[in-house]
Design a protein around this ligand. Structure first.
Ligand code: 13P
Length: 327
């Protein structure tokens, strides 16, 4: 039933479905060069292209990764890079049945106009089949009605442009964890943000069957006096999603947002204790990579151990996607 006159309609639905497939989720390694530099600095490495490439090679050539990972979000530099023995990273992913994704936001910049269609087409040619645009909403800063509207409209325009160019858009209005507010306040803001996002997605005739969401979980602010249990986080997050997200959407792929690796897994597991209308899974960066970085330390002799630690987290989250994880 056509809703968008996109020649990619069928492919978009298939791509979204293959990413939202049972027991798999997304590995997010789309840190900008500046953020990747911070991660490398934490293990005493310089922020050079060679070091970024070595780190991404470690991650993307992990044997068996495709069993747990259905998509990988790349920064532009990685999309065009190859392994040291000349295999394109995009092909390494394809060999493991992992769909390559390109991060198209480059920080908080003015909204793109229609001429951005040409760079989306370029990414499709390069092998990307889905795209990610992240924008942030801060609770301690208000958020102001204007900021929410701007974030929602920008995401909807990006989603429409991506679909017209054959890329499944990941829609990510990240509600930052910062603040000392209770969980009820996060729920209120999340409901507001998602209602505006869906209003504008519909207004732009975005095909809901061909998008994926990347929400923050509904938690208390990071500086709130009490921590919430995985069951409470699951209850609030699912309440928000059921109120705001249509069942036509294939997948909800959560970001980890600064939670520890185990917390992110336990929270996802709690959300999969009963059936959901959508595939509820992960698209973690830090909660998949923290131990990998610490294990690697930039030494070639540690690559195998670091890859094993990535598989441990990926498998734990795969079980959590099925609601079968126990710590
Ligand atoms: P975190 O899981 O570290 O919050 O990263 C999410 C993200 O947006 C990366 O794509």
């Amino acid at each position: 039933l056509p809703i968008r006159a996109s020649s990619y309609q069928h492919e978009l639905v298939q791509t979204a479905k293959s990413i939202a497939s049972p027991s798999r989720g997304i590995l997010a390694i789309d840190e900008s060069n500046a953020t990747c530099g911070k991660r490398l600095a934490s293990i005493g490495l310089d922020n050079t292209e060679v070091n970024r490439q070595a780190y991404r090679q470690l991650l993307l050539t992990t044997p068996g990764l495709g069993e747990y990972i259905s998509g990988a979000i790349l920064f532009e530099e990685t999309l065009y890079q190859s392994t040291t023995d000349g295999n394109k990273f995009v092909d390494c992913l394809r060999d493991q049945n992992i769909v390559p994704d390109i991060k198209v936001d480059k920080g908080l910049v003015p909204l793109p106009g229609s001429n951005n269609e040409s760079w989306s087409a370029e990414y499709y040619k390069q092998g990307a089949r889905f795209a990610k645009w992240r924008t942030v909403v801060s609770i301690p800063c208000g958020p102001s009605a204007l900021a929410v509207k701007e974030a929602a409209w920008g995401l909807a325009r990006y989603a429409a442009i991506s679909q017209d160019n054959g890329l499944v858009p990941i829609v990510e209005p990240e509600i930052l964890l910062d603040g000392d507010h209770p969980i009820e306040r996060t729920l209120e803001v999340a409901e507001k943000v998602w209602s505006e996002v869906f209003f504008y997605l519909a207004e732009n005739n975005v095909l809901f069957e061909g998008i994926l969401l990347k929400p923050s979980m509904v938690t208390p602010g990071a500086e709130h006096t009490e921590k919430a249990s995985p069951e409470t986080i699951a209850k609030y997050t699912l309440t928000m999603l059921r109120r705001r997200v249509p069942p036509a959407l294939p997948g909800i792929m959560f970001l980890s947002g600064g939670q520890s690796e185990v917390e992110a897994t336990l929270n996802l597991n709690a959300m999969n204790q009963s059936p959901n209308p959508w595939h509820v899974s992960f698209s973690y960066a830090r909660a998949l990579q923290n131990t990998v970085l610490k294990t690697w330390q930039g030494h070639p002799e540690n690559v195998e151990a670091a890859q094993k630690s990535l598989l441990v987290r990926a498998k734990a989250n795969s079980l959590a996607q099925l609601g079968r994880y126990s710590a």
